[in-house]
Design a binder for this molecule. Structure first.
Ligand SMILES: NC(=O)c1ccc[n+]([C@@H]2O[C@H](COP(=O)([O-])OP(=O)(O)OC[C@H]3O[C@@H](n4cnc5c(N)ncnc54)[C@H](OP(=O)(O)O)[C@@H]3O)[C@@H](O)[C@H]2O)c1
Length: 392
């Protein structure tokens, strides 16, 4: 029986993880949960899963949850809050597997603490690896723990990597749907509206990740994530546009063989793979092979997708440049959605922030968080200048 901490239990990955726990009650036991603001779902999860510990975003929410649980006659669940609470949930002695699925850098400290506490990690949160991958990977090596990717592309690469040794890998290919603008004339990019950018052709996701898919910054983050997870230089992590999103990623070996991972597009499968690793367990997540009747692949155009170019440059620089890439993107995407900058203002803002960022490497998580705050402030200043036309 694996004993789980699920960080981000009220989110999309959290729900899919609990669905796997529901399907395999004799394999996985929920020990602790962590969430942000969603009191209703957290309460329902407490009733269903009776975790030993649950953490919520604030003291007020934790107090409200305690009151509601008491009214149900439940006093055995320890309700904690904030970053300290999330760390507590992630590092309980009886937990042996932590699903890291809090969105953004909010999940960083607990993930790092879980690594240092020797827990196996199922990693969905890509921002953790982009901002602090060097520190997290070093700690994972030091404590000899496995970081098992849940992001579907990296999960696919992890599966394909089992077909050879690291020395036999020539390069990995991360597939990308290409988003809604892969065929849009370049001249029209300046006039793309938030409503157009939020219409993703194949996936329904949160707003930030949908815009990141439209700019291909999401793929850029995944390039950095792959470099860190698989100890590869950026030149060995390639991206390829595959609009059907059926092949989740590929690994090319030195003899010319290419292994691809294909499966149903359902996040429960990569979660199950990570939870069960190194075993494979039977599931009903079957794939209809007739869906392979058309598979298209093409090279992304970096002039059309400058965010992807910026991510490759950040991957080469590492350290604070990667932190700034993530922070500036988050601020720029929010400014685009609020109508303060045009679509192409997103890469322009990020490029300006990267130019103003030193390439030094933080030596602690608190330095990562400081650099993150500084980059966010820098991005706001760049956007303020952009809005009054200085950068146009
Ligand atoms: N969804 C996917 O298919 C997918 C695929 C690959 C990778 N990922 C990555 O996985 C991560 C989670 O994605 P998601 O789609 O599950 O996101 P989501 O649906 O937005 O859920 C985010 C979770 O994080 C929690 N949270 C946010 N801020 C928090 C804070 N300060 N403290 C504690 N918890 C906090 C939220 O809690 P409340 O809702 O209670 O506020 C929620 O449980 C992201 O990094 C994403 O890029 C997602």
């Amino acid at each position: 029986m694996k004993k789980l901490a699920i960080l981000g239990s009220t989110g999309s990955i959290g729900h899919s993880t609990l669905s796997i726990c529901e399907s395999f009650p004799d394999r996985y036991q929920v020990v602790s949960l962590a969430a942000g603001q969603n009191l209703e779902v957290a309460f329902a999860q407490c009733l269903r899963w009776k975790p030993r510990v649950i953490s919520l975003g604030t003291e007020e929410l934790a107090a409200a949850l305690t009151t509601r649980l008491k009214a149900e006659g439940i006093t055995s669940i320890e309700v904690v809050h904030g970053t300290a609470g999330t760390i507590h949930a992630a590092t309980l002695p009886e937990v042996d597997f932590v699903v890291s699925a809090i969105v953004g850098v909010a999940g960083l400290e607990a993930t790092y603490a879980a690594v240092k506490a020797g827990k196996t990690i199922g990693l969905a949160n890509k921002e953790c690896l982009v901002a602090a991958g060097e520190l997290i990977i070093a700690a994972a090596h030091q404590h000899n723990i496995a970081l098992l990717p849940i992001d579907s592309e990296h999960n696919a690469v992890h599966q394909c990597m089992r077909g050879g040794t690291p020395q036999e890998v020539k390069q990995v290919w991360l597939t990308a749907s290409g988003g809604p603008f892969r065929n849009t004339p370049l001249a029209d990019f300046e006039h793309i509206t938030p409503a157009q950018a939020l219409k993703h052709p194949t996936w329904v996701m949160g707003q930030r990740i949908t815009i990141d898919s439209a700019t291909m910054m999401n793929k850029g983050f995944e390039v950095i994530e792959a470099c860190r997870l698989f100890s590869l230089p950026p030149a060995q992590v390639r991206t390829i546009i595959h609009p059907q999103s059926t092949v989740h990623s590929l690994v090319e070996f030195v003899d010319g063989s290419i292994l691809a991972q294909i499966s149903v597009t359902d996040m429960r499968l990569p979660i199950l793979y990570a939870l069960a690793y190194p075993e494979r367990v039977p599931s009903d997540l079957t794939f209809d092979l007739t869906a392979l009747s058309q598979l298209d692949f093409s090279t992304p155009d970096l002039t059309r997708f400058p965010c992807l170019r910026l991510a490759y440059e950040a991957a080469e620089a590492g350290g604070k440049v990667c932190i700034a890439l993530n922070a500036a993107d988050e601020i720029a995407v929010a400014a685009f959605l609020e109508g303060h900058i045009p679509f192409l203002g997103i890469p322009r803002t990020i490029e300006q922030v990267l130019t103003l960022t030193s390439g030094s490497r933080p030596s602690s998580i608190s330095e990562v968080l400081e650099a993150d705050l500084a980059a966010r402030q820098c991005a706001r200043e760049v956007i303020a200048r952009q809005s009054i036309g200085v950068l146009r």
